[in-house]
Design a protein around this ligand. Sequence first.
Ligand SMILES: Nc1nc2c(ncn2[C@@H]2O[C@H](COP(=O)(O)OP(=O)(O)OP(=O)(O)O)[C@@H](O)[C@H]2O)c(=O)[nH]1
Ligand SMILES: [Mg+2]
Length: 463
Amino acid sequence: MAVHPATDTIASIATAPGVAGIGIIRISGSESLSLLKTCFVPRVPRDQFVSHKLYYGTIVNQQGQALDEALAVYMQAPHTYTREDVVELHCHGSYVVLQSVLQTLLVQGCRPAEPGEFTKRAFLAGRIDLTRAEAVIDLLQAQTEGAARLAVNQLQGQLYTRLEHIRQQLIGFLALLEVAIDFPDDDVEIFDSTEVSFQLREQVISSLEELLAWSEQGKVVREGIKVVLAGLPNAGKSSLLNALLQEERALVAPVPGTTRDTIEERIVVRGIPIHLVDTAGIRKYEDPIEALGVERARQKLEVADLVLFVVDGSAGMTQRDRDLYQSVCHKSHLVVINKSDLMTTRQLEDLFSSFPEALCIPISAKHGHGIDRLLEALFQTIVGGRGPRADQMTCAPNTRHRAVLLHTLEACQRFEQALIAGAPVDLVAVEIQSALDCLGDIIGLTTPDEVLDTVFSRFCIGK
Ligand SMILES: Nc1nc2c(ncn2[C@@H]2O[C@H](COP(=O)(O)OP(=O)(O)OP(=O)(O)O)[C@@H](O)[C@H]2O)c(=O)[nH]1
Ligand SMILES: [Mg+2]
């Protein structure tokens, strides 16, 4: 992102392109009010605009020609998104109208905002820290309620507060150490290593570990997981896809080799986005097109987070099933015993015993039996048992935070080791400072410019 003087005035269309009831143009910077005065004629003439009040009127170009009827609001600094003077023009949501209003503003001296520049200004003005700025983009991109909830929590400072608490603890330790360095011969023990060690573990290390666990789950809540349906031809993979989607998405036929290409669809299971991939039944092939499909199926299996291994229970366990299972069982998986409507209890039990290590779920994709149980097992495999429950997390550090949090934790662990080993205080101080620097990077106190540029380049124009 280019460097601009913070005082120049920027403008952009803040709403998504397309036909809509309203479209909003946002202006920020010291010239906002004068731009409003030149391009907006309020219906009731007035000398000044009162801050945070909505006015009805006409937007005009330099020739005085009406471009749109609109509502306008002037928001005086510092009580604004950017902490600068801000104006919003609520026009009709026509791309042509919005473009012509924007052009009028640009001709009159402001420049087009870069992606994320409004939020970057809010960050640079100290209104929000970097984690809250990042929450804005997470919120805009949230695909599920769970992801939106985490983004709102982060926007409200839940992650920042946790990190700030850890930072203050470390600053406290550093202050004690500095006194100990300045007065090495004092009789009173200023820096009690045992007490500091205890506080470090209870207040800092455990909190960092919890945040790291949350970040793993947060990735699942935000991005979801890839679940690949695999099995022999005719096992009922496409029927299962349809049952999970509750629509006839994929072709289903009694002929083996019906699905040639992969089919990808998305469902949400208790807040977790699941990217389902139906694949061609895997077998030795004669048909070259089917061969391509099978190759694709194998590629998808490679990148799957979880495999649903579908077996035609009515056909029993064949050698081909066993061979195929051997090639997928190293991945996280569930065994789905399909066509249970055609099976006796005895046959089911026999099949279960063929997969002693796996969780087996009997279903009938055709009749929709067992699908709820399968979804529950899927959810439990993704989140249950290991790690925190998504709905218990108050925030979820992202990939950038996670990498830096790992460095913070390592520095704190070295700090702990140094305390245990009775290392000289100045060496201990180095580790605390290193942990503090990492936390500073996360919240934006010391974040390098390249990282800031990457963060804000993920934004859309107008935010
Ligand atoms: N009785 C019964 N038949 C089923 C069930 N599930 C699928 N079938 C039938 O099995 C046949 C194959 O189903 P598909 O869903 O096309 O199987 P597939 O695994 O996608 O097959 P390929 O695409 O060829 O690999 C169809 O005739 C389905 O109606 C089930 O639960 N019970
Ligand atoms: Mg199929």
